[in-house]
Design a protein around this ligand. Sequence first.
Ligand SMILES: O=C(O)CCC(=O)C(=O)O
Length: 262
Amino acid sequence: MTTPQTLDADAVSAALDADGFAVVPGVLDEAEVKAARERLWATVEESERRGVPTHVPGLDPNASNVRVFNLVDLDALFGRLLEHPVADAIAGRLLGEDYVVSNITANIARPGSGSMALHSDQALVHEGPWTQPWSLNVIWCLDDAYGDNGATLYVPGSHRYQTRDELPADLGDRLVPFEAAAGSTVVMEGRLWHTSGANITEDKDRPLVFAYYTRSFVRPQFNFTAALRPEVTEKLSKTMRYRLGLNRILNKPPEGVVMRRP
Ligand SMILES: O=C(O)CCC(=O)C(=O)O
């Protein structure tokens, strides 16, 4: 198991720098993975019940890609993943202790699902040049992720491209899948170009949860102030309230969160 005590933060930082990603194995144990997977499916049902669709035409090619937004509101377990000490240690180190949460979503690639458009997450939140990592995804693998079941595909070395003009014409031909066991996190810095893989299995789902963090000055993708119900926000820690942008003053972290820039 990887715990905050056993996490080799130097190795993760070195891999992020060299490769743009790192696989951190065994952050959740088998029972935790099973529980999270079951509860993720319950959020799909609850989201639909609330009238928020779990397929977004235009984002994914077909309804076999199941997307869940507003996970913090749908189940507190995903709020806890968002502030998991292993994720916190990695995000704090890459983005500064005053990092903020931009979004947390799930993408369950079911058999028959296809690839979305190739992108980098940093390009979605600010225009280039992308000279430094200003964002980070911590991807929670709630089942094994591998090529055939639609593991995220990435372009090796693409975190070094600083502008769209530098992207090679054959970017899409260079894609390779992440491989990670259930319970791992794949930590991916924001500049790595990637997309979802197509799930070509008969019967294997690929449930991944994407916890997306940025430097404190980047506008979040998701408006937690509008989306979270009071009964959810009142249970959040001071630190989470700050990271989710729920305080009146946004640029003042609570005591204990140092305004340290990486
Ligand atoms: O589902 C995946 O593997 C990738 C998802 C993704 O990149 C996104 O939603 O922006």
